[in-house]
Design a protein around this ligand. Structure first.
Ligand SMILES: [Zn+2]
Length: 284
């Protein structure tokens, strides 16, 4: 229970900074500050090394709020499934990492650069690897399309964060710019992405899972599980607040999947996959 509240409190605390609710790792925030200051002034795309650095800072903050579950075999398993999925994408070389959070909430999220988290609460409600793959593939799609990165850039540019952040920082004797930045990077996880980003991640997630050889109906199966949960259930509150409703998401996938996903090549590229592992091979 405490973990659930802490995660939400953490995400919101960037603006409110309640005493004792969290400890930022200021080394990481310092790095984030450099990166986002550059982003704020630049009109060009953020380079991949900065994307990775930014994501690591955000991931480290999120892990401060809800640590990894202490089940090494489960962590390894989720990483294996996640890495296999990520290898089927156009960004196989990102430093992908997958983690199960020790958190009863039902949620999953990604940071820029390839850090992906799923809560133990969500994992416990699943019943197959295809379902896990569907959720991880949805999060992988957010990374591929840079949804969080773009949203963080937008926040940094428009200086969303308010006087509240500056006051909180003053009271604690910290740099207001750092408090602002922490908000830009993490407030997002309490507010959520645009609905269109979520729908896009659903569409791409199904394709990525299928390319990896999984039943593409894994993600819809999880959405059906979510649909069956009382929206008033507090474990579901953050997910419900930050995502379109499961029935809207299912409706969209249903219309796409019944039309055979025209325009998306969901077939596994078996030749490329074989060559990637086995090497170039010999001429007959
Ligand atoms: Zn999402």
């Amino acid at each position: 229970m405490k973990t659930k509240l802490t995660l939400l409190a953490f995400a919101l605390s960037c603006a409110a900074a309640p005493a004792g609710a969290l400890d930022f790792n200021f080394g990481d925030i310092g790095k984030l500050l450099d990166t986002v200051t550059k982003v704020k002034d630049a009109t060009t795309e953020i380079a991949e090394p900065q994307e990775i650095e930014l994501g690591e800072g955000v991931a480290s903050n999120l892990l401060g709020a809800a640590p990894l579950l202490k089940k090494p075999a489960l962590q390894q398993y989720v990483n294996q499934v996640g890495l296999w999925l990520a290898l089927q994408t156009e960004r196989p070389d990102l430093p992908w990492r997958f983690g199960v959070l020790d958190d009863d909430n039902i949620n999953a999220f990604a940071t820029p650069g390839g850090n992906i988290f799923i809560t133990h609460g969500l994992l416990q409600r699943m019943s197959s690897e295809a379902e896990l793959a569907g959720v991880l593939a949805h999060e992988i799609a957010h990374v591929l399309k840079k949804h969080h990165l773009e949203a963080i850039k937008k926040n940094a540019r428009t200086s969303l964060l308010t006087d509240v952040a500056a006051h909180a920082a003053d009271r604690k004797g910290r740099n207001p710019a750092i408090a602002k930045l922490a908000g830009a990077g993490t407030e997002l996880y309490a507010r959520g992405l645009d609905k269109d980003d979520e729908f896009e991640a659903d569409r791409m997630g199904v394709v990525i899972a299928a390319r990896a050889g999984y039943d593409p109906y894994g993600l819809p199966a999880v959405l059906q599980i979510l649909q069956g949960i009382d929206p008033g259930n507090s474990d579901f509150a953050l997910m419900f607040k930050t995502h379109p409703t499961p029935s809207d998401r299912l409706g969209l996938l249903d219309s796409l999947m019944s039309n055979g996903f025209e325009g998306y090549d969901a077939r596994p590229n078996l030749a490329a996959r074989f060559r990637a592992v086995s090497g170039p091979g010999k001429k007959p």
